[in-house]
Design a protein around this ligand. Structure first.
Ligand code: NIG
Ligand code: FE
Length: 395
């Protein structure tokens, strides 16, 4: 197998606290990383690196693990510029806007949906994302949900069944019948393509009892729960996520002390995934990352990329928001966007730069990862390796 050495790394984030400065980021200065096939083969001080077949000179710049975007909604058609425009003119966000995208998605061909997905994935990859989760949820019929997941599954192993995004407009008069569909025929058609089951537990979407029924049925079909919880208001989502040992409770914007305690107690099981792009794009209150971290919760950062509430594919943008407005340090935000995302996806092979891990890396046009927050909006990702293959950049 061919080996490639990335040499002359000024500052390397390994996310392995047993190396380098001993911090959670395991920072190494003057480092080399050797890639063999699709895996990291060696990490250490430049002077001790083994020989490799080819070399890439990082020229003293920073290298980080590829971002793990553990929450996105990328199988969709159309756009919601008008809704965004109205919001920025003072209207408030509600779950109902999802219906606009449902109509456009149902009307699109498979090829259109796939091309749109690929376009957004390429965009994310150029910004350093090497793993992404994505969801259904803009079809809301058996056939449309199943095709969304089938299309997603061709591009990632992290696929989430979100038939319970909102009650389908076709069932507006009979939400209970829609829950029956989501837990019955639709689940049976979707489960073969998905690893996860999710529900939007929120006023205007699904209440706690409905969410419990949906997640429990998903788990019985072999899917692991994750929950859209406490985004727009206080509610039962976080407690339900913890009770059902969901991999993540996502959003976590409106939390009681009991919610924070529950997430702290469940830190080894249920990750609090914060999605600052949504608060940015809906002009909502920021999630309090500092409160969660200080309580002992495990925090991930993700884009929530979707055409309604958070139309960004940029993990660096989310890092900058989290540092500026959610009380995270640059180190914490970098960890949450890489190792934290891996925890939210229950993956041990990504999110770190350690021997045996997947060779997913980003080179930054900067001396350290801190610049991701220090220089917001600047395209600092200059080269990306995914499974050992250089997929973007190359400077
Ligand atoms: O994560 N919360 C629910 N789902 C998306 C919004 C999707 C939309 O508005 O289209 C979210 O914010
Ligand atoms: Fe979402």
């Amino acid at each position: 197998m061919t080996t490639t050495a990335i040499t002359n790394i000024g500052s390397l984030v390994t996310n392995d606290p047993s190396v380098g400065d001993g911090s959670p980021l395991g920072l190494l200065q003057d480092a080399t990383v050797v890639i063999e096939g699709d895996k990291i083969a060696w990490v250490g001080p430049a002077g001790e690196a083994p020989a490799a077949d080819t070399a890439f000179d990082a020229q003293g710049r920073a290298v980080i693990p590829g971002f793990v975007d553990s929450h996105s909604h990328l199988v969709f058609a159309g756009d919601r510029t008008a809704e965004f425009n109205a919001r920025m003119s003072g209207r408030s966000y509600s779950a109902g806007g999802i219906r606009t995208t449902v109509a456009a998605t149902r009307a699109a061909t498979d090829a259109e949906l796939e091309a749109n997905l690929v376009r957004h994935l390429d965009e994310a990859r150029r910004q350093g994302t090497t793993t992404f989760e994505t969801k259904s949820g803009y079809g809301l019929t058996v056939a449309d949900e199943a095709r969304a997941l089938r299309i997603a599954a061709a591009h990632t192993e992290e696929v989430t069944y979100l038939g319970a995004h909102i009650v389908s407009p076709d069932y507006a008069e009979d939400p209970a019948a829609y829950v029956d569909l989501v837990t019955g025929e639709m689940l049976a058609a979707c489960a073969p393509y998905a690893r996860w089951v999710d529900v939007f537990c929120e006023k205007g979407a699904f209440d706690g009892d409905q969410a419990r029924a949906i997640l429990t049925a998903g788990a019985a079909a072999g899917l692991i729960p994750r929950v859209h919880a406490n985004q727009l208001s206080y509610g039962p989502g976080v407690q339900l996520a913890v009770e059902l040992e969901a991999a993540s409770a996502d959003h976590c914007t409106h939390l009681t002390d009991a919610d924070v305690d529950a997430l702290a107690q469940a830190a080894a099981t249920t990750v609090a995934t914060l999605l600052p792009g949504a608060e940015f794009s809906t002009r909502a209150q920021w999630p309090d990352a500092r409160r969660l971290i200080d309580a002992g919760a495990t925090v991930a950062l993700s884009t929530d990329c979707n055409p309604g509430s958070s139309y960004t594919s940029s993990m660096p943008f989310c890092i900058a928001l989290a540092v500026r407005d959610m009380g995270m340090t640059p180190d914490e935000a970098l960890w949450s966007a890489t190792a934290g995302g891996a925890r939210a996806l229950r993956r041990t092979d990504i999110g770190t730069v350690t021997p045996g891990a997947r060779a997913d890396l980003a080179v930054l046009d900067a001396p350290s990862h801190v610049h991701l927050a220090y220089r917001p909006g600047v395209p600092l990702v200059s080269a990306v390796w995914q499974r050992g293959v250089r997929v973007a950049g190359g400077r």
